[in-house]
Design a protein around this ligand. Structure first.
Ligand code: KIV
Ligand code: ZN
Length: 515
């Protein structure tokens, strides 16, 4: 079978960030972008430059840091958005502007309140505007899967004539069904007279759990770019997951007439990095990157795998980055070894203080925990983002008490705005008691949306990473905390969330800002 290249367009830093609570700082985006570059992702959508000052700076920083992948910014089809995207992308070696406008009757009538002819005019103008900055221009027909075929043909033909080089057909609301959606993409490619001048792309949401199936069906019908995210992160139920697309195409090379440039051995470390930065844990049974993805429980399966691996395994765990970095460091490891290991994980420090800070945390952890794994290191760095904030709340001392027959309680000393204050409370468990004690002082008026505990490695001495999601006045933040003691980890995560709510780095959800 002759193969064509399939462009992998990663939008973890843009659509992925639109998951409520998944906001990333500029430095976090750069760290993930460097991993994506190492993985040889073709295009990295770094953000939506006009959405906020922070996102503009993040796109710019990614454009400065990445040289091997094309860096892209999203922009609505208007001059202001496009100019902002172009400005943020200036430092990029290779840049792309991704502009979009809705094309479905329901979106045009109720959201845009525009006539179809005006939508076409706006789309064509936006391509002309984007060409001031780059000749790599992607145009998306938002809600394409619910758009009328004839209208899609008209608008796409005209934007191609205007200079668009990639045409994206998003299944924005996850409504597509694989056979139908793939056929729609194929028919458009066959019908539009200048279709051969561009790459057709798909961008599928997972509302019905069909994002990967829809994307792959479109590939079978001629799409040559897939937009996807690490761990399937994204708006609502998320996007097609990069790791599933890449491994499906590779494992079923007999079916798919395409190859990607992806170095799959970086998939698992990147998945972990994204999970630790966003605080979104990966479900254990998630394909490719879930903890159980290669674990065989049934005796029959185990027996089969031991006799001949291919009896039950269609991929090799090590090919996607499992097992490559088992035990690495311990109590006696020095700064150079720790730094080198971080570099292997795609984590670098801009200043010697940054490394010192994390090294101090590493030593404290190594005192409590015999073996330090890569996951521990990633959790340490995730936690180390907290000091970037102006820390209003800081834990000085904590005592938690549980005893059968009596109510669990927690007492602690917090430094709040530089002053030490004491608090205590009872609760349904020590964590509940600790959170109640904090709220007695903080009175944050926030609502707890998620409390999640993850053991990052095997064994009861595992570092626990805790995510606390708080919502206040439409702002959603994910606080992260790590410790071998779950109560400590939980308190750190809660305080981190409170500090995030206080900080000006918090962004509203880009689409809620009504930019
Ligand atoms: O889902 C969608 O339609 C999008 C576009 C902006 C590409 O994210
Ligand atoms: Zn999307």
């Amino acid at each position: 079978m002759s193969k064509s290249p399939l462009v992998i367009f990663d939008t973890t830093l843009r659509d992925g960030e639109q998951s409520p609570g998944a906001s990333m700082t500029r430095d976090e985006k750069v760290r993930i972008a460097k991993m994506l570059e190492k993985m040889r992702v073709d295009v990295i959508e770094a953000g939506f430059a006009i959405a906020s000052e922070g996102d503009f700076e993040a796109v710019k920083a990614v454009a400065e840091a990445v040289t091997e992948s094309t860096v892209c910014s999203l922009a609505r089809a208007n001059d202001k958005d496009i100019d902002r995207a172009g400005e943020a992308l200036k430092p990029a070696k290779s840049s792309r502007i991704h502009t979009f406008i809705a094309t479905s009757p329901i979106h045009m009538e109720y959201k845009l309140r525009m006539q179809p002819a005006e939508v076409i005019e706006r789309a064509v103008q936006s391509i002309a505007r984007a060409s001031r900055f780059t000749d790599d221009i992607e145009f998306s027909c938002e809600d394409a899967s619910r758009s009328e075929f004839e209208f899609l043909c008209r608008i796409i033909e005209q934007v191609i004539d205007a200079g668009a080089t990639t045409i994206n057909l998003p299944d924005t609301v996850g409504y597509g069904e694989p056979a139908q959606y793939g056929a729609q993409v194929g028919r458009l490619i066959e019908t539009i007279p200048n279709a051969d001048k561009v790459v057709f792309s798909v961008h599928c949401h997972n509302d019905l759990g069909l994002a990967v199936a829809n994307s792959l069906s479109a590939v079978l019908h001629g799409a040559r770019q897939v937009e996807c995210t690490i761990n399937g992160l994204g708006e609502r139920a998320g996007n097609a997951s990069l790791e599933e697309i890449v491994m499906a195409v590779r494992t079923r090379a007999d079916v798919f007439p395409v190859t990607t440039a992806i170095d799959a051995s970086h998939i698992v470390p990147t998945s972990r990095l994204v999970s630790s930065i966003t605080g979104f844990p990966v479900q254990p049974n998630k394909a490719i990157v879930g903890a159980n993805a290669f674990a065989h429980e049934s005796g029959i399966h185990q027996d089969g795998v031991l006799k001949h691996r291919e009896t039950y395994e269609i991929m090799r765990a090590e090919d996607v980055g499992w097992h490559t970095n088992r035990l690495v460091l311990g109590k006696h490891s020095g700064r150079a070894a720790v730094k080198a290991r971080f570099e292997d994980l795609g984590i670098t420090f801009d200043t010697p203080q940054g490394l010192n800070e994390v090294f101090t945390r590493f030593k404290a952890l190594a005192d409590k925990k015999h073996e330090i794994f890569d996951q521990d290191l990633q959790a340490l760095v995730g936690e180390a983002t907290a000091p970037e904030l102006a820390e209003k709340y800081h834990l000085l001392k904590l005592e938690a008490h549980t005893q059968s027959g009596s109510k669990p309680s927690a007492a602690m000393t917090l430094r709040i705005d530089g002053r030490a204050e004491q608090t205590s409370a009872d609760g349904d468990g020590p964590v509940d008691a600790a959170f109640k004690a904090i709220e007695k002082l903080a009175n944050s008026q926030s609502e707890l949306k998620l409390y999640s505990v993850n053991a990052v490695t095997e064994g009861t001495d595992s570092l626990a990473t805790v995510t606390v999601r708080l919502e206040k006045l439409g702002m959603i933040v994910n606080g992260l905390g790590g410790d071998t003691d779950i109560v400590f980890a939980s308190v750190k995560a809660y305080l981190n969330a409170l500090n995030l709510l206080e900080s000006d780095t918090v962004k509203a959800h880009p689409q809620r800002e009504g930019v």
